[in-house]
Write a protein that binds this ligand. Structure first.
Ligand code: SME
Length: 179
């Protein structure tokens, strides 16, 4: 694929829009889906796309202190592009919230991480966590992980919204893994 070397980030994306907090959460996810699709369209560099996706999610959804990806490499999840404080690099499959979601193939929303057995604390500010598996052809290739300092931050709308975002980033994750 040939690229316009200086292709700009789409200008209509309201990153850090203060009014975002007042919009209906489902509507905000619909906007974020469209924005993310526009951001990834026409670019085939998988690392760049996952990096921009982490930034878009972190700067669009309110109340987060961490957002990013872990990629399934053999028996463990390995840290991928993210926004937030530095995080644990390797998480064995089945361990922590991320490893549990990846092993089961099911999204997990944890209202209070201190009550989740085996939770891996990367940032002491994190109180709630949402982990959504990323799948390619039915196979889990990694996870999208969101952390919040607000207990109970993630609900069914976040879960459904993030599962749709995971579909958008799946091709980039598969390309990075050579899957
Ligand atoms: N808390 C996660 C580890 C990853 S960090 O939150 C970025 C877990 O228990 O798997």
């Amino acid at each position: 694929m040939s690229h316009d070397l200086a292709r700009p980030v789409p200008r209509n994306i309201p990153w850090d829009d203060p009014s975002a907090d007042e919009r209906d959460p489902a509507a905000r996810y619909a906007e974020l889906r469209a924005e993310l699709a526009a951001l990834l369209a026409g670019e085939d560099d998988a690392l760049a796309n996952l990096a921009n996706a982490a930034a878009a999610i972190f700067h669009t959804l309110p109340g987060l202190n961490w957002a990013g990806f872990y990629l399934l490499r053999g028996p463990e999840l390995v840290l991928g592009p993210f926004q937030g404080r530095p995080a644990c690099v390797r998480i064995p499959l089945g361990r922590g919230v991320c490893g549990t979601a990846a092993a089961s193939g099911e999204s997990i929303a944890v209202p209070d991480v201190t009550a989740f057995p085996g939770h891996i604390a990367c940032d002491s500010r994190s109180r709630a966590e949402l982990v959504v598996p990323v799948r390619v052809g039915g196979r889990v290739v990694g996870v999208l992980d969101l952390d919040s300092p607000h207990p109970g931050r993630f609900d069914a709308t976040d879960r459904a919204g993030c599962e749709a975002l995971a579909v958008l980033v799946a091709p980039a994750m598969a390309a990075l893994l050579g899957a």
